[in-house]
Each structure stands twice: as C-alpha cells, then as structure tokens.
Design a protein around this ligand. Structure first.
Ligand code: DC
Length: 202
C-alpha cells in the first residue's frame, strides 16, 4: 500500500516540524526535499557545477551537519531555480513518495509537480515576520551570531526567488488544505494537519 502526503510552503513556516510529527503519527517515512537542494547548494559553494552535483548526489551528502546555515539556504534556493537540477532530483522523490507503507514529503513543489496525485496535500504558511522570528530563534539557539533584520531580509529574498522562478514555483496546489501557523502553537498546527489528512484518508 502506498499513501503519499505532500506538504509544501515557504521557509520556516513549520513544514519540517509538522512533517516529522505527521510521519510519526501515521508510521510513514519522511523526506525533507529541501535537503536535496541544500546538498546541491553546498556543493556549488565548494566549487562544483550544480547540475553535475545534482546528478551525482549520494545519501551521505544529505547527512552532512553543515546544511542548515543561511548561506547554504540561499545557495539551495539559487540552484533550485535551475531546471536541470530539479529534473535530476525528480525520480528519487517520486520513488520515495510511492514506497510501500506510506510517505510524507515536504518541500515547495511536492503537491504541484513531484506528486500531483498525492492522497493528501497541505500548504503550510505563516507571515514573513513570524517565520523570520522562528528562524532567528533557531539560529541563535545554535549559537550563531545573527541579526533579526538580516534573517527577515533572507526569508523575503528566498520567498521571492522560490515563488517567482519559471520552473516549479512555490504555490499551493489547487486541492491543498492551507494551514496558516502564524498564530498556532506547534501542537495545534500538528493537530490541524493530522485532521486534514484523516479527512482525506476517508
Ligand atoms: O525547505 P528548505 O528551506 O530546506 O529549502 C531550501 C531551498 O530549496 C528553498 O529555498 C527552495 C529549494 N526547494 C525547492 O525548490 N523545492 C523543494 N521541493 C524543496 C526545496
């Protein structure tokens, strides 16, 4: 049995937290597709050609512990606008979505391009200010020396690039359930997500 759950939305909207909780609730596997683009972005920063990097990505590349920096996030958003990079990552994501036992994929184009036939689709969002505050707190907690205004600028820049690119831009799938987490606790956001998916499960 396969059951694919697509969770899309902008940076720091809560997709990661919701996806992990949803995967654990249903006993499904989880793929954070942003990591694929971050790994390619990281390789570009070290001098590799992005399309080549995407074609030769290995599971170990996704396990690096230096992929969650603002610099790598921006590089990821840049390589993600290259159609050949996206094309090189499609098969892996589609195979993951259709694995036996169910899968949760989170990203930007899961419900629209990677898995338009997903059994459940969510679009998780929040205001840019709330998302920047979350990212700022997260980076500060890791001991990084960050300035809120810079983080907000980064979030807005990445939103604009991800939403306005020609290939697979970030946008809600027509049949996605939208969840705005600006004023929701983590528990409330997770509960809303699970309820929306259970409705689709029938
Ligand atoms: O979710 P994230 O912040 O880790 O994603 C990093 C970047 O990767 C994001 O700015 C855009 C890109 N991305 C994408 O284009 N498509 C996806 N499915 C996931 C991420």
């Amino acid at each position: 049995m396969s059951f694919a759950i697509a969770i899309d939305g902008p940076a720091a909207a809560g997709k990661g937290t919701i996806s992990k909780a949803v995967a654990s609730h249903f006993g499904f596997a989880h793929l954070d597709t942003g990591l694929l683009y971050r790994a390619v972005g990281k390789k570009m920063l070290t001098g590799l050609e992005p399309v080549e990097a995407a074609k030769t990505l290995t599971p170990e590349d996704l396990e690096r512990d230096d992929l969650r920096t603002p610099e790598v996030a921006q590089a990821a958003s840049k390589v993600a606008a290259i159609p050949e990079v996206r094309a090189a990552l499609v098969d892996f994501q589609r195979a993951f979505a259709r694995r036996a036992g169910g899968a949760v994929l989170d990203g930007r184009d899961i419900g629209t391009v990677i898995c338009p036939d997903a059994e459940a689709k969510l679009y998780v969002t929040a205001s840019a200010e709330v998302r920047a505050k979350r990212r700022f707190d997260e980076l500060s907690a890791k001991g990084m020396d960050v300035v809120f205004e810079t983080v907000l600028q980064d979030v807005k820049e990445r939103d604009a690039r991800d939403m306005n690119r020609a290939d697979a831009p970030l946008k809600p799938a027509q049949d996605a359930v939208q969840i705005d987490t600006s004023d929701l606790s983590i528990d409330a956001a997770v509960a809303a997500a699970i309820q929306a998916i259970e409705t689709r499960q029938g």
